[in-house]
Design a protein. Sequence first.
Lengths: 119, 222
Amino acid sequence: MRLKIPSNFRIIRVPCTGKVDIIHILRAFEKGADGVYVVGCMEGDCHYNEGNFRARKRVEQAAGILDKVGVGGERVQMFNLSSGEGPLFAQYSIEMDTKIKTLGPSPIRVAKQNKKNAA
Amino acid sequence: MIIAEKKPIEEIIDEVKDFDRILILGCNECVTVCEAGGKKEVEILASALRMYFINKGSEKKVDEKTLERQCDHEYLEELRSTIDDYDAIVSLACGVGVQFAAEKYLTTPLIPGVNTVCLGANEARGLWTERCQACGSCVLARTGGICPVSRCAKRVLNGPCGGSTNGKCEISKEVDCAWQLIIDRLKALDKMGDYEKVAPIKDWSTDRAGGPRTVTREDVKI
């Protein structure tokens, strides 16, 4: 399809979004990620029945925690699409990229950078 | 098992903000099963605290450890060699674990990271309900296996009170009348004869009324 997608994100493959835990999302932010998005199958189409529903709940919980620690819950988002929807994946990637760029760098990354510069 | 629920992160942050070296200490028993204070919750809380303090520009060490149990000497001893590396411990164990750790390490402040709620069962995914109040003298044998002490708001022992309506308790439409459940079960067991037996006055001295309780077993002492 040769679709254009932003090159500034890293894809971490999991067998099912049900594998994604809150701590995985939090660790990404702790390590300096500006945003995280979880892309699961269509709701109701999960091969393991509930994997993507579990992921959605965990994304919500991670967002709640990020809000409380001052990183911002809007930096994490869940998307659903089917494996045949390449163009939609590209569209979601662009959407997320634009959103995060509008939000600016994560405060964690900024704080870490400041600390590094001060040292 | 003992049911606990996580304290809000804000409350924990407020308690630990003056300490620089913090250990988040989980417990592998009840609080792991009720998803309040196991290894996963330790990781999440530690990560959240680290991010909060990095964001605030303060340099704090937040470490993680989860013990097999916090209510036994041998497991708490695992901390002995490293306890002085920390200014405070946030324990995600139940109140028992927090206190036992506090008794063992006198000079390290222990901060509870969960609220211990009750002795209960995992009724459904994400739902834990009280089943026992540890009253110290069990009456389940004659109440069809349903506890009037923990499940009846008034803890009455001889049938329902006047507040029982359509099987629900007067305190809330969500709460089953324990005595309705008991009668239904006694009927199913064909043991309604038990219901007619008047329960003697319960000895509440084995409950909290008698002060803190202990169990001494000479047969297992060494």
